[in-house]
Design a protein around this ligand. Sequence first.
Ligand SMILES: [Fe+2]
Length: 367
Amino acid sequence: MPPTAAVAQPIIDRVSSNTDTTSNVYPDRIVGPTTWDGKDLKAHPEKWIYHLTPEDITDIDQAIKHFLSLNIPFSQISPSTFPLTTFKNVIIKERNNLFQGLGVGLIRGFPIEKYERKEQVAMFMGIGSYFGTFKPQNRKGHILGHIKDLTEGSTTKVVYSAEDPTTRIYATRKAQPFHTDSTDIVSLLCLNEGQEGGLSSVISSHTLYNRLRELRPDIVELMKGPWLWDHKGEHDPSEAPYTTIQPMQYYENHLFTFWGPHFFETVSRFPGVVVEEKYLEAIRYIQDLCEREALYMKLQTGDIQLVNNHALLHARGAYKDIPGQTRHLLRLWFLVDEEVSGWKWPPNKKEYTHEYVKEQVVPLEAE
Ligand SMILES: [Fe+2]
């Protein structure tokens, strides 16, 4: 029998071992600050956008200068090598908001275009170091990612084919459907908005759960089970090229959602692997629901977007570039200690990490 998204014995064992206490029982409805409505947040930007003050910018500027004067690798940037004074309190508030509040935040108003790339990276990674530990984003050990078109028709250089199923969508101009990244927090810094499109959107996965419970409880049940997942070549070479993941998991009073439509779909490239129609239909249904109810935002040059992956799904629209207006975002992934987040992490969370990658590389340009 060919493998299907319903065949995955090992993860079933992990699932059942996680559901034996009341704190792991899926609630009828999730309540709390993470269950926001996209239209409400759109109408109240003050709830999730922080505008930097001149004092904040001065504080960040002196930390950039201090870090660069040390002449040490970017991988060693930390609160001690990037010392902030008053702005530190803003970061702590933003970090708390990610785990005890909305799960999404935006820091706006940094004059990024006045800085050179090294200074931009120091600013982003320096502020980022207060949020958690940097996590490699691929098998090359990149702890700083570049979201930029590197496919045919690119305004800069061509590295990947947009049609290759292993090409990550962030390296293309295509729309990226709603998904989570394989980390606790993902942060983006907008260096260039591009010519047109590329709208960023987020939706609370806790609101999504509530909506699915009302509208399609069968999809919730499907998401509690194992789904096949294409590693897209980013796995430990000693492992199989695809695995199973559990898209929804309720653990210690928190709902964790792990969602990657493209990875669920391209797994069918492996000989004998079949993705059943009920999974594909669920993917389409969730995408449509998210598109209707998400919070949409146009990232502006200098914006820092912060997202708790365990509470939100995110997406971005297709876009166009022209020379000089080439969309370019920097990305950081953070792991956060339980003591800081206040959330207990489920035992299988490390399944989604790149723990085999020991190197930490900070490329200043997309590669
Ligand atoms: Fe993403």
